[in-house]
Design a protein around this ligand. Structure first.
Ligand code: ZN
Length: 559
């Protein structure tokens, strides 16, 4: 069904609550695993119906924030959502402690039960006041950053408006824009330190209430990590330091030569080419149509997926007045339909919508037609990003449709940016491990740790005379460090798998694609490492995983 024709009626929330309570009662009274599973299927139906109307209201609100009808609908769901959550948690506890667990585990999988175990052990009501304080602190951080008013050529700009000038073709402009930006951070350094200090202490206290020594195990639980732990992640970061950092340093050197600079400084980081970065050609409609050509040729599965998206109006990508900023992928379960929301702005980011976001959507499309077990869709973050980041590479044979004569430039930039991201992401991750393991570090000691990590992960980074960066303040602009603790390594793990696919598709495209398709189809049915191994991949925790990628990429690039 076309998005514009999908009917919308506000959910009768009282009826939904009483239906949910009935499901809970029937589940309790069921006399066998078979009976409980029948009740469980009613729960799928209820939650799918609810998610469908809620997501439709959400998208229609975002597509025109001045529409009063959907504005009211959006507020309605915001208000009732906590009550829905409460019922969902109550139900999940019942399911987890079912006397017919063995039968149910066969039906919905052991990953699902592991996830419930993690959810149950990471919460108790005593945490609520701390969690409220934690939310207030992260909101304070966001508001502080959003309040930035930077004077620029007679105008007042915010941090995201400054980004354009920080990446300006003119070197003096980008240097001045970077300095202006860090002036804001320097002026607010004490407050940023104070917010973070409170967050670290708050999270440590939450963990101790649950019997942990520090926040790390709880942080892993909060990320829903059901397969790997601190040691595995350490092994991955060790490989990054030993193998990946030297590789990125070479790429960095090559970029410096291309830019014609004697030395690269921090304000040159966003530059890939002296005459600016490549931008896609064509109107938004042409970009979408080129996506149809690309997915039509890539495989029968992607062809079917993309036609479905286009025929059912499941893209909203054009920038408009009153449209919400940013982009995301969402899903309408009752129609088995993914939906992509974006704001095209004429940069290479527009093509990411066709490659990256469609990677997420393709997974959703495929698995919803394959399974009627909702738990199979509960993928963790690193898995979700494999679907999307790998698709960016699988799109390479068709990238000239979007970039024309700039194709080579785009491919080079994409590879360099993806490679350079891994050490940065690992640094963000290791920093947080140090901080949470030592919650009593002072702000100055934290900054010192950051400086030491910079030397290991980004030895080529030169902050020139920028005092704020030289004194280890860089991390304070990284939203995730404040608001989504320990969520960042997920991108690095996914990027590593995407690079595995990159070197494999260079050798045998079809074979690499078959493995990717199998991985998408497995969804959250198996645990992360098992899934990778079944699909013929190496886990990023395994020694030699990065070495192999680096050797093959270096040979190809002549490094
Ligand atoms: Zn993504």
């Amino acid at each position: 069904m076309k998005f514009s024709e999908m009917p919308y009626n506000r959910v009768d929330f009282e009826k939904l609550q009483s239906d949910f309570r009935q499901i809970i009662e029937d589940f309790k009274n069921a006399k066998s695993g078979e009976e409980q599973f029948e009740v469980h299927k009613r729960k799928y139906k209820l939650s799918d119906a609810y998610a469908t109307v809620r997501n439709i209201a959400n998208v229609r609100h975002d597509s025109d924030t001045s529409d009063e009808f959907y504005d009211a609908e959006q507020s309605f769901y915001d208000t009732v959502q906590p009550q829905y959550r409460e019922l969902a948690v109550e139900y999940s506890k019942l399911l987890y402690s079912s006397p017919y667990r063995e039968y149910l585990e066969k039906k919905i999988g052991s990953v699902a039960f592991k996830n419930m175990e993690i959810m149950n052990r990471s919460f108790k009501p005593e945490l609520v006041p701390l969690k409220q304080e934690e939310n207030a602190l992260t909101t304070k951080y966001s508001k502080l950053l959003a309040s930035a008013k930077i004077e620029w050529n007679g105008e007042i700009l915010n941090l995201s408006m400054m980004r354009k000038y920080r990446n300006d073709k003119d070197r003096a402009t980008r240097k001045r824009a970077s300095e202006k930006t860090t002036e804001f951070f320097m002026a607010n350094r004490d407050e940023l330190d104070d917010i973070y200090d409170r967050l670290v202490k708050n999270r440590t206290q939450q963990a101790r209430l649950l019997g942990h020594k520090d926040y790390l195990p709880l942080g892993y639980d909060n990320m829903g990590r059901n397969d790997y732990g601190i040691e595995q992640v350490e092994r991955f970061r060790k490989q990054v330091k030993e193998v990946w950092v030297p590789f990125v340093s070479k790429l960095h050197e090559r970029r410096r030569e291309r830019l014609g600079l004697d030395k690269m400084y921090y304000y040159d980081e966003g530059m890939n080419f002296p005459d600016g970065n490549p931008a896609p050609k064509g109107t938004p409609q042409e970009i979408l149509e080129n996506g149809r050509k690309m997915y039509g040729e890539l495989s029968p599965e992607t062809k079917e997926f993309y036609s479905f998206m286009m025929e059912n109006e499941l893209f909203d990508v054009e920038g408009r007045k009153n449209k919400r900023g940013g982009g995301y992928m969402t899903y309408f379960p009752e129609y088995k339909a993914p939906f992509i929301f974006a704001n095209f702005n004429g940069t290479e980011g527009d093509v990411d919508v066709i490659t990256h976001e469609c990677g997420h959507a393709f997974h959703g499309y495929i698995t919803s037609r394959l399974y009627d077990i909702d738990e199979y869709n509960d993928i963790t973050m690193e898995t979700a990003e494999i679907h999307s980041m790998s698709m960016e590479f699988f799109a390479e044979p068709w990238i000239s449709l979007f970039f024309g004569e700039d194709t080579e430039k785009y491919l080079q930039m994409h590879l360099e940016d993806a490679a350079t991201f891994i050490p940065y992401g690992c640094m963000v991750d290791e920093f947080q491990h140090i901080v949470y393991r030592n919650p009593d570090l002072t702000p100055a000691e934290r900054r010192q740790k950051w400086i030491e990590l910079e030397r290991e992960y980004r030895p080529y980074m030169d902050y020139e005379e920028n005092e704020y960066y030289r004194e280890g303040g860089y991390w304070q602009a990284q939203h995730h460090i404040y608001s989504f603790p320990l969520y960042y390594i997920d991108y690095c793990l996914a990027q590593t798998i995407a690079f595995q696919y990159k070197v494999r598709m260079d050798e045998d495209y079809k074979k690499a694609w078959d493995s990717y398709l199998a991985l998408c189809k497995m969804s959250a049915k198996e645990f992360f490492s098992d899934m990778l191994i079944t699909c013929g991949l190496k886990t990023p925790f395994e020694d030699g995983c990065l070495r192999e990628i680096v050797d093959k990429l270096s040979a190809k690039l002549g490094l």
